[in-house]
Design a protein around this ligand. Structure first.
Ligand code: ADP
Ligand code: MG
Length: 252
C-alpha cells in the first residue's frame, strides 16, 4: 500500500556459515512505530537475522535498508548512530560499574559521537544525563538498585538495565533478542508491561522471541522464521491460526 511507512527493509537477505544456510531469501518490511515480532523455533536463524541488521554479521547476499539508508557494509557503531539500538540475547554490560553509571555511558557515547567510550569522562559528564538515567531507571523498575554493581544484578534485572541503556539513546528502532529469556514469570510479566509502555511512546520495535505467548500481546505484526525462511507473516491472530506455524513449532 502507498500509505505504508516502511522504516526497515531487509531485502532478499541470505546468510550461510560454511555449508550451513542460516538465512534464505529473507524479505521483511517493518513499519514505522509498529512492533514487529520475529518468532520461530531454536536454530531458525532469528539471532543471525538480528546480527545482520545491526552490522555484526555481513549477509552473504541482499541488503538491509533503514530510513532510506543502506546499512549493509556499515559498522555496528555507525548503525547505532543512525538510531538503531539493540538488546542482545546475552546482556552486554559493564559489570564493575553501578547500574546508574551503566545507563549513563551510552548517553555520553551518543552525544560525543564516539564508539570507544571514555568511561571516566562519561561519568563526570553532568548536564542532565544523570537525571535522565534515573528517570529511565524508574521506568524499568530499577531505581532502588541504581547504586548496585551491575554485575551483581539478577538476570532479569540485567536485561532491564540493558533496555534502559538502549532507551537513553532515544533510538528510532529498537531491536530485542529474546527480552524475557531466562526470566521468572514475574520478571517476564514486568518486562512485557514495560515493552507495552515503550510501544505507547511510538518507538519502532523488532522483537525476536522463541516463546510465542510473549509476543501475542505486544506485536502488531509477526513473521515466523523456520529453517532460515519466513514461512508465515501476518497479524497475531492470523499467525496463531496458521497450520504451518503449529507444524514448525511441533517439528522444531
Ligand atoms: P535462533 O536465534 O533462531 O535460535 P541462530 O540464528 O542462532 O538461531 O542460528 C541459526 C543457525 O545458524 C543454527 O543452525 C546455528 O547453529 C547456526 N549459526 C549461528 N551462528 C553461527 C556461527 N557464527 N557460525 C556457524 N553457525 C552458526
Ligand atoms: Mg537466538
Amino acid at each position: 500500500q502507498a500509505d505504508k511507512n516502511v522504516v526497515l527493509h531487509v531485502a532478499d537477505v541470505s546468510k550461510s556459515f560454511g555449508g550451513l544456510q542460516a538465512l534464505s531469501d529473507i524479505d521483511l518490511e517493518v513499519e514505522e512505530g509498529k512492533t514487529h515480532a520475529i518468532i520461530g523455533p531454536n536454530g531458525a536463524g532469528k539471532s543471525t537475522l538480528l546480527n545482520v541488521i545491526v552490522g555484526r554479521l555481513a549477509p552473504s547476499r541482499g541488503a538491509v535498508v533503514f530510513d532510506g539508508k543502506v546499512l549493509t557494509g556499515k559498522k555496528p557503531y555507525q548503525i547505532n548512530q543512525l538510531g538503531v539500538a539493540r538488546v542482545f540475547q546475552t546482556p552486554e554490560i559493564f559489570p564493575d560499574l553501578s547500574v546508574l553509571q551503566n545507563v549513563m555511558v551510552p548517553a555520553f557515547a551518543k552525544r560525543d559521537g564516539a564508539f570507544r567510550v571514555n568511561i571516566a569522562r562519561a561519568l563526570d559528564f553532568e548536564d542532565g544525563i544523570e537525571a535522565e538515567a534515573e528517570e529511565i531507571l524508574r521506568d524499568v523498575d530499577l531505581f532502588e538498585r541504581r547504586h548496585s554493581h551491575a554485575g551483581a544484578l539478577s538476570r532479569g534485572d540485567k536485561r532491564r538495565m540493558e533496555l534502559a541503556m538502549c532507551l537513553i539513546q532515544h533510538p528510532r528502532l529498537l531491536l530485542l533478542d529474546e527480552p524475557t529469556a531466562g526470566m521468572s514469570r514475574h520478571d517476564t510479566n514486568t518486562t512485557i508491561e514495560l515493552l507495552k509502555k515503550i510501544k505507547a511512546r511510538g518507538m519502532t520495535k523488532v522483537i525476536i522471541e522463541h516463546d510465542m505467548h510473549v509476543v501475542f500481546s505486544l506485536a502488531d505484526r509477526i513473521s515466523v522464521l523456520s529453517g532460515g525462511r519466513i514461512i508465515a507473516e501476518g497479524t497475531p491472530d492470523e499467525v496463531r491460526g496458521s497450520e504451518k506455524v503449529q507444524e514448525a513449532y511441533l517439528g522444531g
